[in-house]
Design a protein around this ligand. Structure first.
Ligand SMILES: [Zn+2]
Length: 395
């Protein structure tokens, strides 16, 4: 693995120009190649993963370019495609080379405590300078608290969270480890359990997750999640099945299971292969859902915001498929998760050993929350900060 950041910085010291800009909304990777007089053959030589990566650059993503000081030629571009991974387009002897590289950032832990003055959202915006913590909190407490009505002046909020810092600025979303929100003299606690399972209260009851049960009305589940492999109905050999297949008539509406942004809408290699017509939606906290083999799309495009329950497309049998069905995937930080397990955990409480383990972790965070709330001045307090490489290693 090469670390390109230091290279960029060293080059900058030698007099090359580093430029930070924002990826324009309508710019494709092809436009970018054309702008720098790079042959399109570069794209056609990429593997499928890289091809799909360069087609999923978000509008308004900040990215970096390194230019040769004298000739003004592009030497390297680093374009993030998620909080953890960036595309590197680098000049080599024979033209350019494309690769995926990890993004490096710091993780800092902070606590935040305050009494409501105006509203949760307004107060948090004022204290943190952005809406990230507010967005996460409202997501976590969605089914417990009505954020427009439940608060009175003087109600207390206490949060412990991590945020990523890159080049001195907050990078991506925040991760809340624990919180309480006090309304009507009652503290509503939320403790993070783990990536797949989200938040639980002090009694080990799950707070509602962000996904609805199923993305469509279906006849039956025709194939389950089997990460270790199944005999593929078309290919005949064993391959992992990274999602759940729902058999349903062609044209059945398919709905986004959570709020998010359309990261991809199209066919990856061709509409007769693989996923066929595919929609990938990126959700908060590194969640992603995929909807494959569609017959057509609803009125969405790459970069569109979609609400939970919004129709994004219609069941079909495009790509490699034996009949009309939806192939539905859920991924967290790139890792496929059984879509049916994501649904069930939000409804169940913990018991037995799980509850015991959880109680220990939650107890520690709760003590911190209560301590901060009892002793700290209102505002943000830095608890810890450590240099960590990106959680995602580049493949
Ligand atoms: Zn499938």
């Amino acid at each position: 693995m090469r670390f390109l950041w230091p290279l960029l910085i060293v080059c900058a010291l030698w007099g090359h120009q580093v430029q930070e800009s924002v990826w324009p909304a309508n710019q494709t990777f092809f436009d970018y190649l054309e702008k720098h007089e790079i042959a399109f053959s570069l794209y056609y030589g990429l593997n499928d993963e890289l091809k799909s990566s360069v087609r999923t650059i978000f509008a308004d993503t900040p990215f970096h370019e390194l230019y040769h000081e004298e000739s003004g030629e592009l030497l390297q571009a680093l374009i993030p495609i998620s909080e953890d991974v960036q595309i590197s387009l680098m000049r080599v002897e024979e033209g350019f080379e494309v690769s995926l590289e990890p993004i490096r950032y710091q993780v800092v832990e902070e606590s935040l405590t305050f009494e409501i003055e105006r509203s949760l959202l307004v107060d948090l915006q004022r204290l943190t300078g952005n809406s990230r913590v507010a967005t996460e909190l409202t997501t976590i407490y969605d089914d417990r608290i009505d954020f427009r009505r439940d608060f009175r002046q003087g109600d207390q909020v206490s949060v412990i969270y991590e945020r990523k810092v890159r080049n001195g600025k907050t990078w991506g979303g925040v991760h809340i480890k624990g919180a309480f929100i006090e309304t009507n003299k009652r503290r509503h606690y939320a403790f993070f359990r783990d990536l797949d399972q989200g938040y639980y209260d002090e009694e080990g009851k799950a707070l509602a997750g962000m996904f609805i049960k199923y993305p469509l009305r279906f006849n039956r589940i025709s194939s389950h999640f089997r990460p270790s492999g199944r005999t593929h109905p078309v290919y005949g050999y064993r391959r992992p099945h990274l999602g759940t297949d729902f058999a349903a008539p062609t044209g059945t509406p398919v709905r986004s299971t959570a709020d998010g942004v359309v990261r991809f809408r199209g066919c990856q290699t061709s509409c007769d292969r693989g996923y066929g017509r595919l929609v990938i939606i990126e959700h908060r906290n590194g969640w992603e859902t995929r909807y494959a083999h569609l017959s057509r799309y609803a009125n969405i495009r790459q970069g569109s915001r979609v609400r939970q329950g919004q129709v994004i497309g219609y069941v079909g049998t495009s790509g490699v498929s034996t009949g009309p069905h939806l192939h539905y995937e859920v991924r967290r930080a790139g890792r496929p998760i059984n879509p049916l397990s994501v649904r069930s955990v939000r409804e169940d409480g913990l018991s037995g050993e799980e509850l015991q383990e959880f109680t220990v972790i939650a107890g520690r965070i709760r003590a911190d929350l209560d301590y901060v709330a009892a002793t700290a001045q209102p505002g943000v307090v830095r608890l810890a900060g450590l240099e960590l490489p990106s959680r995602h290693e580049a493949p």
